[in-house]
Design a protein around this ligand. Structure first.
Ligand code: AMP
Ligand code: MG
Length: 616
């Protein structure tokens, strides 16, 4: 995020093509369009304002300033831009319309890079649709110093988005993903994108081979096909840990509610501090936390004050006990320079402001969040319902723990690890046991699972040997987006939809591959369905030894990260990296992620790791 960039979200149009409806508030996948855009914009800039000419209260509820046009009569996007340009306090302004719900995450970064490289006044996004270059003037980054030029153009009656560009230096920035700039113009568009189909999900890929998907392409297809569950429930705080906040949580009060002291000491008037030498102040009372001093403090007086106590009327500064040069019950002596005027005073609303969002929708509630919600006096929260996930293992060789192990049989370990990973994510798990390698049994299990599950997670039966009968069954029951990924371990991985809404993740059978595929594909997908966004926290550390790596596929190796003699963290691989060796997962405390293009690494090279500790 760049502190020099603020953004304006243009939502001030008349909405003619939506029957005069306020576009930003129309629902896509159960949420107002503006929420989709805000979610993508927030990580990209320091401040956001919303240009809107109707429903000011509803827009204001998102916690950003709402700016109506100064020009009358829905004068178009330039009118919104003019208002935002003149209000902006950063040198750069990012302009984005409210109807681009799939905006790229690197919009600001790429526009900024081009603006700087070309020393331009304005950088604008360009995409290629069917060989035609398309400029997106409402997706641009510009210098706020351009306000007078825009105002002059508007004063002359100009209203065209690009009409005021002649004379500006404009950088055109190509974005490879045209679909990210898809705008929602009509109700039909909202409907089309309501439930993404497989063909929509794959349409934007540069190339689509369901038998050899790259990891990033697979992750994109998965994300494109998912919708958050719409149902919401209210829960008491004590039951909300790990649940996903369904709406922005507005602060009903200022926290702290009053200006108060940050130290134990004496509250005084900054004007009474001596400029030189020392001064004596009369002690006129005491203020405790929860027991304010009710009088007004006159010039030349002070009040003994405890941390957290309300600042007495007239005081703006607190001098800590230890900085006072002399004190008795009646008076204190202060030396010049011992404290600045205004020091050690906490301001009302400094932590949270009334009417502003204290937490945003999509937040997975952690202990600190629950504390913060409680600090607002709120006793219950609105969260999305839990995901229902059905799980089964496939394989004639599998036995459940506790059963006798016949010749050639092995115990089913995947169900245990998958159910446990689901429990960590807060899902409601339905364990359907072990299913034989038989098309009819598989079909029956999938039908049963899809009846009320949001997602189905299977393991085994998707590698080349079994894939054919699995493919035939899946084709009968739903659609499958891909089968194989360019990754190791875990090459076979089926993803699709069974019936109308159950998302299917057919994970590979090898126990390490099952877990790795879960962490890197299923986890994020389920979080999206839960209405949450919690990207995997990768860290960068040095590799202790060399690592062999073949370019062309993403590899996930089990590692142990530990503090080296040099005081830094280093990672080394656990011994056997075979995908059936579950012990390697138990011994490891992290996964080393090596992207597809990566080749061999030397000792000391940096790698990305995913720590197991704290992983939800
Ligand atoms: P598959 O993908 O069915 O070909 O399985 C690949 C390997 O993983 C085989 O060696 C299976 O025996 C093993 N495997 C499959 N499912 C499980 C399971 N649930 N628990 C432990 N091992 C499994
Ligand atoms: Mg099998």
């Amino acid at each position: 995020m760049d502190e020099r960039i603020s953004a304006v979200l243009l939502a001030g149009g008349r909405g003619s093509r939506m029957g005069e409806a306020d576009k930003g508030l129309q629902l896509l996948r159960g949420r107002p369009l503006i929420e989709h855009v805000l979610e993508r914009l927030r990580p990209q800039c320091a401040q956001i304002s919303i240009s809107a000419n109707r429903n000011g209260d509803r827009y204001a509820a998102y916690g950003h300033p709402v700016l109506p046009d100064r020009l009358p009569g829905f004068a178009g996007p330039l009118a919104g831009l003019e208002r935002a340009l003149s209000a902006a306090r950063t040198p750069l302004l990012l302009v984005v319309p409210c109807d681009l719900p799939f905006l790229p995450a690197d919009l600001a970064a790429r526009l900024l890079a081009a603006l700087e490289a070309e020393q331009a006044d304005l950088a604008v996004a360009v995409t290629e649709d069917d060989g035609q270059l398309r400029l997106h003037p409402t997706c641009s980054l510009l210098k706020t110093a351009l306000a007078p030029q825009l105002q002059a153009y508007l004063a002359g009656g100009g209203r065209k988005m690009r009409g005021w560009w002649p004379g500006l230096k404009v950088a055109e920035v190509r974005f490879p993903d045209a679909a990210a700039f898809r705008n929602m113009n009509s109700r039909a568009d909202l409907h089309t994108f309501a439930m993404p189909s497989l063909s929509q999900a794959t349409a934007t890929l540069p190339s689509y081979d369901p038998d050899a998907m790259s990891v990033p392409a697979a992750q994109r297809v998965i994300q494109a096909m998912l919708n958050p569950v719409p149902e919401v429930e209210a829960l008491p705080l004590a039951q909300a840990l790990g649940r996903v906040l369904a709406q922005d949580l507005m602060s009903p009060i200022d926290v702290p509610a009053h200006d108060n002291s940050a130290m134990d000491g004496y509250a005084l008037r900054g004007a009474d501090l001596p400029a030189s030498g020392s001064a004596s102040l009369r002690v006129s009372g005491t203020a405790y936390a929860g027991q304010p001093y009710t009088g007004s403090v006159a010039a030349g007086a002070c009040v003994r004050i405890m941390t957290g106590a309300v600042m007495p009327d007239g005081c703006d500064t607190v001098i800590p006990f230890e900085l006072v040069s002399a004190a008795d019950a009646a008076a204190i002596t202060i030396t010049a320079g011992s404290v600045r005027p205004g020091a050690n005073r906490r301001f009302a609303g400094e932590d949270l402001r009334a009417g502003r969002p204290a937490l945003h929708a999509g937040r997975v509630l952690r202990p600190a969040d629950l504390g913060l919600i409680a600090s607002l006096g709120i006793a219950s929260v609105s969260v999305r319902r839990r995901l229902k996930v059905a799980v089964f293992s496939t394989g004639d060789e599998l036995r459940a723990a506790g059963e006798p192990l016949g010749p050639g049989a092995i115990y089913d370990s995947n169900r245990s690890s998958v159910c446990a990973m689901l429990a960590r994510l807060g899902c409601e798990v339905r364990d359907l046991g072990i299913v034989r390698d038989d098309p009819d049994a598989l079909e029956a299990a999938l039908r049963a699972a899809s009846a009320d599950a949001d997602a189905i997670i299977t393991s085994g039966g998707v590698s080349s040997g079994d894939a054919d009968h699995t493919r035939a069954v899946l084709a009968r029951l739903g659609e499958v987006a891909f089968w194989k990924l360019a990754m190791r371990p875990g090459r076979p991985l089926a993803f699709g939809r069974i019936g109308a809404r159950a998302m299917l993740f057919g994970l590979p059978g090898n126990p390490v591959a099952t877990m790795i595929s879960f962490y890197f594909f299923v986890r994020e997908a389920l979080l999206t369905m839960m209405g949450a966004s919690l990207p995997l926290p990768l860290l960068r550390v040095r590799s202790q030894g060399p690592i062999r790596k073949r370019p062309g596929r993403t590899e996930y190796q089990r590692g142990i990260v530990e503090l080296g003699g040099d005081g830094r963290q280093h990672v080394r691989l656990t011994g056997n990296q075979g995908s059936g060796i579950l012990r390697s997962m138990v011994e490891a405390n992290c996964i080393v992620v090596l992207p597809a293009e990566q080749g061999d690494l030397a000792a000391g090279d940096e790698v990305d790791i995913l720590l197991f500790d704290g992983l939800v």
